[in-house]
Each structure stands twice: as C-alpha cells, then as structure tokens.
Design a protein around this ligand. Sequence first.
Ligand SMILES: C[S@@+](CC[C@H](N)C(=O)[O-])C[C@H]1O[C@@H](n2cnc3c(N)ncnc32)[C@H](O)[C@@H]1O
Length: 277
Amino acid sequence: MKIQDDTTGFAALEKHEWSDAAVAQSYARAFAQAADMVVPHLVSAVKAGPNTEVLDLCCGHGNVTGGLVNKGAKVTGLDFSPAMLEMARKAAPQARFVEGDAMNIGFEAETFDAVTIGFGMPHVPDPARVVEEVRRVLRPNGRLAFSVWCGPEVDTALGYVFGAIEAHGHPDIALPPGPGANDYADPAISFPVLEAAGFKECHCTTVASMWQVDDPGAPYDYFLEGTARGGALLRPQPEKNAVAIRDAVIALVMEKHGGGPLWNVPIPAVVTAAVAV
Ligand SMILES: C[S@@+](CC[C@H](N)C(=O)[O-])C[C@H]1O[C@@H](n2cnc3c(N)ncnc32)[C@H](O)[C@@H]1O
C-alpha cells in the first residue's frame, strides 16, 4: 500500500510513482492516447519550427518532444523519471534529454525560444515556481504552452473515475496535500500567475481529446495503472471498494456513451499559451 508508506508528501509521491517503470510504461501505452491528441496543439501554440530551440518540460515518454522534432525544432526534453526518459530517447532520438526537476531548471537564463509542458503542471508541488523558471530560461518574446486535463465540471473520464473514488473508495485512503489536479486548466488561476511571472498575451483553448476503448472499465484501468495520483488512490483500495469503483465507472461509460463494442470516452484538456515579455 504505497500511499501509507509515503512520509514526505506530494513531491515524494509523484517522484516515486513516475519513476516506477510499470506506471511510466502503462501511461505511455494506454493513458497517453488522449495526451497524444493534444500534442499538435502544443506544438503549434509555441510556433515550433527549424529555427526554434525548445525545452519540453516533464517530457515523459517523448510524445510532445517528437511532435516538436517533426517540425524541425532543436529540442531538449527534461523529466525526473529515468523510466520515462528511456522511452523518450527511443521515441525522439534526434532530441537531447536531461534528467532534472521542472521546478529548478538547470539552464542559463534566456536559453530557449519556447517551452512546452504536456500534462506536467498538475504533478509539480509548486506550479507557480515552474512558471517563474520557464520565464527565466525563455528569451524575450519566447512562447510557453502547457496542457492540463479539464476538471470534473465537464464531461470527462477523469470525473467518472475520481467521482467513483469519492463515492465508493475507502475513507482512510487519501492523497498528501498538493495542488489541485485541474487548477491550471482554469484561466482564473493560471493567467494571474503567468502575468505575475512576466508573461503577456495569455490565452487558452479546449481540446476534445478522448480515449477509444473496447472495455467500458478501461478508464478505471488507465488511472489505476498509468497515473501517479490515480494509482496512489486506487491501488491500496480493498477489493470490495475497488470492484465498486470500477463498476461505477463502467455504469457511467455505458449510460453516457452507449452499449459498445467501442466507446469514445471524452477526456478533454485545456491548452494555455503565453508570450514572455
Ligand atoms: C502525465 S506525464 C506527461 C508526459 C507527456 N509530457 C505527455 O504530454 O503525455 C507527467 C510527466 O511529468 C514528469 N514530472 C512530474 N513532476 C516532475 C518534476 N518536478 N520535474 C520533472 N518532471 C516531472 C513525470 O515523470 C511524467 O513523465
């Protein structure tokens, strides 16, 4: 029961989970089919091209890195998970990869023309610190774009799973305190932080990303096996609770998206972009 072993809080939980090769590989294999749909939006938001030097923060298995490389950009991927970086090096061999912390980027000021962060913001203990670091390493007029999953106020698999955990999960299983998983999908939260750090022209768009699955319980499986917070909440559940949570997700998917044999399950994301002053 991993969550009970965690004594150093949210940061340690995130590092521990993403460094687990099984979690990293499961994210890349299944969960990221929706994240991959967001890649072109990040790539175009930073105007990546042959003359741009781009830092892909929280690069994971290299899906955004690969999209940037395909546009001819010179790309550096940064992630703190060796398991993720191993996959990223294979996915985008033309890029350079470094192991590091997004909250303490080890590059000189004004090194990059653009920074992308694909679904990294919810995983750092202090997203505002990341925004400051990004501003520091960007050249003036450099571009930042980051993606964050929409919260449960819209129709999303994320809401189905976390709603089912709330309804059927064991009450003793909780996460250590950390930033809200969907905070930076909300411009009321992200824009003031961006502006305070020295960004202008903030804007955001919603991407209708989704999973096509052949099992209505797949969203449960994807969060269980391929995420840090979801895994930490789902893996320690006693069997009775786990079954109830998965059944509730299945019921929601079938109620909202029909009887199969394939289900298109929405998991939309917000892409936020801004320009360094
Ligand atoms: C949800 S995955 C996103 C992967 C990929 N960018 C995408 O768009 O699908 C989050 C990634 O952030 C990395 N990560 C989380 N916190 C980090 C930190 N403080 N510094 C560097 N990487 C971090 C994890 O190792 C993981 O690879």
